[in-house]
Design a protein around this ligand. Structure first.
Ligand code: ADP
Ligand code: ZN
Length: 719
């Protein structure tokens, strides 16, 4: 017997299937999709069996596989096929595609091997009879309704149970148990509003494959998802729901687990490897009806999917930023086709791409224009900081301070957003202007006040903040950025007795700390929730009547064609946190660009006008959704070589791609990361037949020569 194995080497040059002989002892257990250990050159590697061949002519020269790693299939037929499509779409190596589908402990060559966890269970084998005493008969009764573990029977010693095993009345077995599954809550279900019911009916009756649910914040989209999922469960079908980041949506998870109990798998980045392995196994075995997770959960091995829901579809987290650069929304469509499932993308601020497709009936458009319960959207005030900064010191305008004051007096709550997108809190010398930079990346270091450390957000380099300037040796180093800590201090000086919760990556990186803060705030044990983008997402607190944005426009300054869209979306989302119950809400946006259309339309909650205006800009600038983009990256440790080869790449592209606008090469937005220089070439096209083939040839050519590395990013979310 011969098998074809894809080994764990990511170099595109070795991205091939290699044949191995299977020794007699393993032949009975060989399946496509399991992992094996194989000799490869001088090493021992792991890989996936992709083919089983009865005979080959060259069998005599083949090496033998060294062992099997799995009893059960890891990559089923659907995932094997999906991986091949991903490879075509991303031009990544096939092994990369498969590896990215799997939890760490199931990857080929995955370091921390998690394994099944077993517990002893005992079950009844023989009915009690005269040979037993009364106490023993009593004990056997406990097993009549099913198998038990010792810890299910708290007052009974293991010795007593084992005695009954020895006598043949009980049998002992190892049973697989799962770590960290979620707990059952109490069921809450609202009768749907007419608007919600209409959306549910329309989705259920339609034969379309992809839906875009455009619903304002608080319009009851989540409730719609849950209804669809429940109806599907009744038909024995499963659903998959993607959220931008699980740890940011504890309230939504609570609602799901309250309604659906334990038949949910949560694929959470904070799970241990063992827990992830167990969740994967539960899904594989068909023991759950719903899988909820972030981007990579799109690969959950469900067998009979009815719905694939992409909540907050505008989130850029659905695109993976490193190899393989796949888009979970595209993967959703492929899996949807395989399962005849419906894909539903939901958002209050859909991406321009999705909305344009919906308008052309490529997606089935659904709209929920109103909040549940007739609540109105909050009134939004734009504060012109150009004027305000003449009157006050610090970062708070008079109107925002007054609004905070009123809110606190009414015993209501406020959420404050510090927009850190595109915002660098760099450290500089007041004397000579020297700016602290990462030694290996072309980027300024960020100061973390609580630990007194400056850190590079790209490579992770960190060092203590120097007292004197490395350049002029004066003691004049100063942190120029505004962090949440600084804002908190300022806030305390205005409202000394207010209870402030600060939420950012520093305060929420411990497991469970974010949930704790949310429940504190929900229980009204704090008055003001101050945070970064984290506070803009999915939170639902009825007592919040004020939302303030300290700096609405820092994200407008990012040199990226999506910066207006990202700003509009963020402001709309955060504004939607205010006034979600009968209490009326207010929003204050502090900005230096009060007339910018992204700010104005976010303030008037006018998605449609924003869409029209932004589409005009995209058309003029030849950007998506009118044109497709590819970012071709050329990477090397050698700066000069990197540029020279970039020019050659450009020439090749010019020669073969006749329908494409080719821009560059130019330095990438971050020119150097971990001492690797980066150039990029941007391609804009509507349709270009040869594109994938040419790009693939370039990648292969450079993988072979090793001079520089070429990577491609189709439909990049950021430029
Ligand atoms: P979205 O996902 O669109 O932001 P949600 O589904 O979170 O909206 O609903 C907003 C709020 O309204 C939540 O507090 C939710 O519990 C409540 N809600 C949703 N649907 C109903 C309904 N049919 N009846 C009563 N309350 C509802
Ligand atoms: Zn760095």
């Amino acid at each position: 017997m011969v098998v074809g194995v894809l080994v764990e080497i990511t170099n595109k040059n070795v991205d091939k299937i290699f044949d191995y002989l299977v020794p007699e002892e393993y032949q009975a257990n060989i399946k496509i999709g399991i992992r094996v250990k194989v000799p490869f050159a001088t090493r021992i590697l792991e890989g996936f069996i992709l083919e089983i061949k009865k005979e080959t002519t060259h069998a005599k020269n083949l090496k033998e596989i060294l062992g099997l790693l799995d009893e059960d299939v890891i990559l089923n037929e659907e995932l094997l096929e999906l991986g091949k499509k991903m490879q075509e779409m991303t031009l990544s190596s096939l092994i990369y595609c498969y590896q990215s589908m799997l939890p760490k402990s199931l990857k080929a060559g995955g370091k921390n091997k998690a394994s099944k966890k077993y517990e002893q269970v005992f079950f009844l084998k023989k009915e009690p009879d005269e040979n037993l005493n009364d106490r023993q008969k009593e004990l056997l009764k406990c097993f009549q309704d099913g198998p038990k573990r010792q810890k299910d029977l708290p007052n009974i010693s293991l010795a007593r149970i084992k005695l009954l095993v020895a006598k043949g009345y009980l049998e002992q077995q190892q049973q697989e148990v799962y770590r960290g599954s979620i707990q059952k809550g109490t069921k809450i279900k609202y009768p749907l509003t007419d608007a919600q019911q209409k959306v549910v009916d329309e989705i259920e009756k339609s034969s379309d494959a992809v839906f875009l649910l455009h619903g304002v914040t608080g319009s009851g989209k989540t409730e719609v998802y849950m209804e669809l999922i429940e109806n599907a469960i009744k038909k024995g079908k499963q659903s998959l729901m993607l959220v931008p980041e699980i740890s940011l949506t504890p309230q939504m998870i609570e609602r799901f687990s309250a309604r659906f109990g334990t038949r949910i798998a949560l694929l959470h980045s904070a799970l241990s490897d063992g827990e992830k392995y167990d969740e994967w196994r539960r899904i594989e075995r068909g023991e759950v009806d719903i899988v909820i997770g972030a981007r990579s959960a799109i690969f959950a091995p469900l067998k009979s999917i009815a719905y694939i829901i992409i909540d907050e579809e505008h989130s850029d987290s659905y695109k993976q930023e490193n190899n393989p650069r796949y888009d979970a929304k595209e993967i959703a469509k492929i899996r949807g086709q395989y399962h005849c499932a419906k894909v539903i993308m939901g958002s209050a601020t859909p991406t321009l791409e999705s909305y344009a497709r919906a308008k052309k009936n490529v997606y089935h458009l659904l709209y929920l224009p109103n909040r549940v319960g007739g609540g109105t959207l909050p009134h939004v005030n734009i504060i012109d900081m150009n004027e305000e900064m003449k009157k006050v010191k610090g970062h708070f305008s008079k109107p925002l301070i007054n609004a905070l004051d009123r809110t606190l007096k009414k015993k209501e709550q406020a959420i404050l957003l510090l927009n850190r997108r595109g915002y660098s809190s760099f450290v500089t010398c007041k004397n000579c202007g020297f700016v602290l930079k990462c030694p290996t990346c072309d980027i300024t270091l960020t100061y973390h006040k609580s630990s007194h450390i400056v850190r590079c957000h790209y490579c992770g380099y960190g060092t203590t903040l120097p007292k004197v300037c490395p350049e002029c040796h004066e003691e004049a180093i100063k942190d120029l950025g505004v962090g949440t800590e600084k804002i908190e201090e300022e806030l305390k000086s205005y409202f000394p007795s207010a209870r402030i919760l600060r939420m950012d990556f520093d305060t929420t990186n411990k497991k469970g700390s974010h949930e704790k803060m949310i429940s504190l705030f929900g229980n009204q044990q704090a008055d003001i929730l101050l945070g970064t983008q984290i506070v803009a997402k999915g939170l639902d607190f009825p007592n919040v009547t004020l939302v303030g944005v300290i700096n609405a426009d820092t994200s407008l300054n990012i040199p990226d064609f999506r910066s207006s869209e990202a700003t509009f979306s963020l402001l709309s989302q955060v504004a939607g946190r205010s006034g979600r119950s009968i209490k009326k809400g207010e929003v204050y946006l502090q900005t230096y660009n009060p007339s910018h259309y992204a700010i104005r339309y976010a303030a008037s909650n006018d998605y449609f006008s924003f869409y029209e205006q932004e589409m005009k800009n995209r058309y003029l600038m030849k950007y998506p959704p009118f044109y497709y983009l590819v970012n071709v990256k050329i990477l090397s440790k050698d700066e000069k070589l990197c540029y020279q080869e970039s020019l050659k790449v450009k020439n090749v592209l010019h020669k073969y791609l006749k329908e494409t606008t080719i821009l560059g090469p130019s330095p990438d937005s971050i020119y150097k990361v971990s001492n690797i220089y980066r150039y990029r070439i941007i391609l804009k096209y509507k349709s270009e037949k040869m594109l994938n083939e040419i790009l693939n040839r370039l990648i292969l050519h450079y993988a072979r020569t090793g001079k520089v590395k070429v990577e491609v990013d189709f439909n990049p979310v950021h430029l």
